[in-house]
Design a protein around this ligand. Sequence first.
Ligand code: HH2
Length: 341
Amino acid sequence: MTASGGAYYRPLAIPPRDAPQEALPLAGTGARWTHAERLSRSAPPQVLPAAAVPAPLRDTICAPRPDLAGVPLDTPRLMGILNVTPDSFSDGGRHFDPSRAMAQARALQEAGAAILDIGGESTRPGASPVPADEEIVRTAPVISALAEADFAAPISIDTRNAPVAEAAFDAGAAILNDVSALTHDPAMADLAARAGAPVCLMHAQGTPETMQKNPRYGDVLLDVYDALAARRDAALAAGVAPGQIVLDPGIGFGKTQGHNMALCAGLSLFHGLGCPVMLGVSRKGFIGVIGDAPIAADRAPGSVALALDAVRQGVHILRVHDVAAHRQALALWQALGGGHP
Ligand code: HH2
């Protein structure tokens, strides 16, 4: 929601330990805020007290978010990544075999994943699309086997294709994670509405094949905000329930390093859209560049650093490969009074 005159308000997050009594809650999380940065495309940023934020937007920023497939979002939740692909950028081929996929799913849950995200198509920069039939063969049997084994964490299917999502729902998946925000497959919006399942709408500029070829924005934070608002509204118009939409700025999807950093630094802006916020930075290339870690599996420390800053800003869901490392970091952050008992 933007106020009249094209203004955007980014709540400036404070950990509860440092927050004065009058501080407001941030999207139902432990984070707090007393001031907001007023942003616009035509004027320099200006810091204002929360009382100066238009009341409906202020209420939206503060409000708790509903549970996601039974997972409460009052504390940051880890979504463990399980790529059943031969070619994902950091774990491709490692869990391609169904029994190894099952073992990894259990390991992620034991390590602290509240949600498991299963994908059968790499969307790394330059990746070619995978036929839907192949994506189904990779993902649906693993989801069925987990459902039959009474796997406790809700399963999310990471796909852009409606037949894959449908097969996953039939097999027992509870959440849809679509990196195209329901734009890739014209049948996806209707399927999402019919399924009545929570949907993550992720921002991407372009398609995985070409998205890193010279991505451009006017103001990346505001452009992604507007684009997510439009995708949220399209999902609502298609019949997805308001409490079932999660939004994700899509780190690395048609973004330079500068774009990624601007989105991570300004993440709290997205609370103005009134939905839970998800972030997926785990092991991504820019962490390797800034953190001097050319091998993706060596990027857990940099991933954790960005995750903690996102938690400071009231993020609800962190999509991560290294669940145990994130869980440990969150426990220390919380013990220090960072938020979320
Ligand atoms: N990133 C990837 C895939 N799916 N979904 C959401 N919501 N947010 C993300 O940032 C996101 C995502 C890419 O990471 P990964 O799955 O590890 O790699 P690959 O696409 O190569 O399988």
